[in-house]
Design a protein around this ligand. Structure first.
Ligand code: TRP
Length: 330
């Protein structure tokens, strides 16, 4: 009887000792496994504007959250400033410098990188229409060396806001860049949805920022309000849009909060910083060994209402309480 009890105690003790030794070594092993190896990340931003700058900040945070900061990451950052030839040469530079993963901020940058390499993984940072831009065959199964984050403009919610804030609007004018694949698909979708709601839509495309002011002046007399897609060319020279619309006393409905701060009336917009964070995290997962061709594109489409109360006041528009309560105020 006594012996039995002694044996039980000894067995329990032995188990405790073994567990005590095994568990810490096992967890050490697994922490070794997730320890990140230093990596080189090449980033190409299409042009300077606040939304893209914010996305880049988010990308650095996303990488950091996955362990890629300080000595663990060497980021080579280039900005093509909307110059097509720079996109090509800078993409090649990032490839030649043997970066482990490439990140393209905005459609033209992602396209440049995808053209420069079929091997190095390319992560799209905020590409609105990855299929239309021929960056991936399929959002679920990209299949090649490109995946990333897509920002799908919440157009339906934006149109609802147009109705709520400016019920008398009949004709909406769109201005966008003819060289951006991301804008083409947004304009098509906007026209279809606006048509269903009974709006007239007129669209004007510009080859570069130089034509924005004159085009606005041609368009404004024909429209009651202006809608702007996620268009990099317009975003980078948005002040020309704002000053023309201000003179004509017409509201602008842009697709991003930064353009609301800069003089647009209101929007339902996707968080730009968060787009960047998700992009950085996807790049980090690839660096840790995930297969790029099997990673689905992450589509972000939920927006938050954003209003510019000063602009509303200047236009004599009262923003209903229910919208003000939920909205970010710029
Ligand atoms: N989605 C755009 C593209 O595909 C890039 C973009 C992100 C953007 N945020 C923006 C453009 C804000 C204009 C304004 O190229």
């Amino acid at each position: 009887m006594k012996n039995k009890r002694l044996i039980t105690i000894l067995v329990i003790l032995a188990v405790l000792v073994i567990v005590g030794i095994l568990v810490p070594t096992m967890s050490k092993k697994s922490s070794k496994k997730t320890e990140v190896k230093a990596a080189k990340v090449g980033v190409l931003q299409y042009v300077t504007h606040e939304a893209l700058d914010t996305i880049y900040k988010g990308i650095k945070t996303g990488l950091k959250e996955e362990g890629y900061s300080g000595k663990k990451v060497d980021i080579e950052f280039l900005n093509a400033e909307a110059d097509q030839s720079k996109i090509a040469t800078m993409s090649q530079t990032l490839v030649n410098h043997k970066n482990d993963v490439l990140i393209g901020i905005a459609t033209p940058a992602a396209q440049g990188l995808a053209n420069a390499s079929k091997e190095i993984p390319v992560v799209m940072g905020a590409v609105t229409d990855p299929v239309g831009a021929k960056l991936v065959k399929n959002l679920k199964n990209p299949g090649g060396n490109v995946t990333g984050v897509s920002d799908k403009t919440p157009i339906e919610a934006q149109l609802k806001l147009v109705k709520q804030l400016t019920p008398k609007v009949n004709t909406i004018g769109i201005i966008y860049s003819s060289s951006e694949d991301n804008s083409k698909s947004q304009v098509e979708e906007f026209k279809t949805l606006a048509d269903k709601l009974g709006y007239e839509v007129v669209e004007y495309s510009v080859p570069s920022t130089n034509e924005i002011a004159t085009t606005m002046n041609v368009m404004l007399p024909k429209v009651d309000a202006v809608w702007i897609p996620l268009d990099n060319t317009i975003a980078s020279a948005f002040s020309s849009v704002v000053s023309a619309a201000k003179d004509a006393q017409k509201p602008i409905y842009p697709s991003v909060d930064t353009m609301v701060s800069e003089g647009g009336l209101a929007s339902v917009a996707i968080d730009q910083y968060q787009l960047g964070v998700e992009t950085g995290k996807m790049a980090a997962q690839i660096l840790k060994g995930k297969n790029v061709s099997k990673m689905s594109v992450k589509v972000m489409k939920e927006g938050t209402p954003v209003v510019n109360e000063k602009v509303a006041k200047e236009l004599g528009i009262t923003i209903p309480e229910e919208i003000l309560d939920k909205a970010d105020k710029k």
